[in-house]
Design a protein around this ligand. Structure first.
Ligand code: ADP
Length: 183
């Protein structure tokens, strides 16, 4: 399933983020850029040690990456040339700026992609694993944030959401079919 915003195709697919043939994939990282489970572990396993070497360097220079921000590294052994590491909020009930911080992850990742000439980018569902953000709420924020960014920026050819399981994909598909998702 897909929709178009200006020149950009927003697409939905079920699968593994590490296997995507795009210029950049996005990692749901932690603020120390230290690797971990879930998407983070899968990306470092598939991409090899060159990615962690750059994360180590960024940690030494800047102390890591704050929640809602993003940093970029090479893609190592991945098909993707780059990995954009963004740090989603931990869900604490929704009153600790979680929606704003999650929207910021998508915006800052897209901004870094623009700055690096990236035209195709894939996102996993940030914060909805170990960080506990409810999937249906996170999907609304993700689609809204990406759509708003693309309305003002025409440099991408594709933004792909890669959902790990069928239920998550269905959640996104439902929102795609409703014209005006509400945050
Ligand atoms: P966070 O710590 O931000 O919650 P997680 O990695 O724990 O990040 O999970 C984020 C989402 O990514 C979850 O919905 C999980 O099902 C999904 N996921 C886990 N592994 C992969 C993968 N290899 N490709 C795509 N999505 C994945």
């Amino acid at each position: 399933m897909e929709k178009k915003v200006n020149q950009t195709h927003i697409t939905l697919t079920q699968g593994d983020i590490t296997q995507q043939h795009v210029s950049a994939i996005t990692n749901a990282a932690n603020s120390r850029l230290a690797g971990g489970g879930g998407v983070d572990g899968a990306i470092h396993r598939a991409g090899g040690p060159a990615i962690m070497a750059e994360c180590d360097q960024i940690r030494q220079e800047r102390g890591g990456c704050p929640t809602g921000q993003a940093v970029i590294t090479i893609g190592g052994d991945l098909y993707a040339d780059y990995v954009i590491h963004t740090v989603g909020p931990v869900w604490e009930g929704g009153k600790s700026s979680e929606p704003e911080l999650l929207a910021s992850c998508y915006r800052q990742s897209l901004k870094l992609a623009v700055e690096n000439g990236i035209k195709t980018i894939a996102f996993p569902s940030i914060s909805t694993g170990v960080y506990g953000y409810p999937m249906e709420k996170a999907a609304v924020v993700a689609i809204e944030a990406v759509t708003l960014f693309l309305k003002e920026n025409e440099r991408f050819s594709e933004v792909r959401f890669v959902l790990f399981n069928a239920d998550d994909l269905k959640q996104y598909q439902r929102l795609f079919l409703s014209n005006q998702p509400k945050i």
